[in-house]
Design a protein. Sequence first.
Length: 231
Amino acid sequence: MSLVAFIIGAGPHIGAAVGTLLKQKGYRIALGSRNPKIDETKAGFYPVKVDASSPESIQAAFQTVNAELGPPNVVIYNAASFHPLPTPEDPLSLPLESLQSSTAVGLGVFAAAQQAIAGFRSGVHKDSSKAFIVTGNLLPFITALPSYTSLDIQKVVSARLVETFATAYKKDIRFYFASLVSPSGEIPEDFPKSADTHAQVYWDLINGGTQGNWDHRFTLDGKKLPGYEKP
């Protein structure tokens, strides 16, 4: 039985670090991006073309991964879409098309989870850890920041979907919205340094055993933020 991970939004930062670590742990890795790099095959990865804003593209990408590597037992949804405001601090200056594009990436979580669950439930991964992890942030949990309207809406949609899935399927499949935070629990300044931390935290979540809190907040040292969870 092959352990397979599909990373959607496999860029040079978090996606690359997660892919490298999981490959070291024995996983076969599909790296999904809009412009896959064929050279990645030389490093033992399987590049796949996917547009996270398109349900049809997500469906086609899963079909490709299923056929070439087998159904994934781990899916990392690392896609993001941010459109700066044309006029600072004026969210209604954002073109509707830009908001729709970012929201579509949030809804892509639903499309990806819908494809993933068929593999999770297959006999192939009966005894494997099954996890769906979305790279999150604090935007769904704090007062709205107008400058980040497009990304904010995307992450709010993603977070609610993850919460819904974690509640519905917690018996045998784990879903997480994993967010790097500062030591005080605020938006972190050290995100550019966090790729390897994300990879290790995701590995720990994959192998955690029980669902736990879907809203997983962690600091740069990889430790879970204390005290933020509701009683």
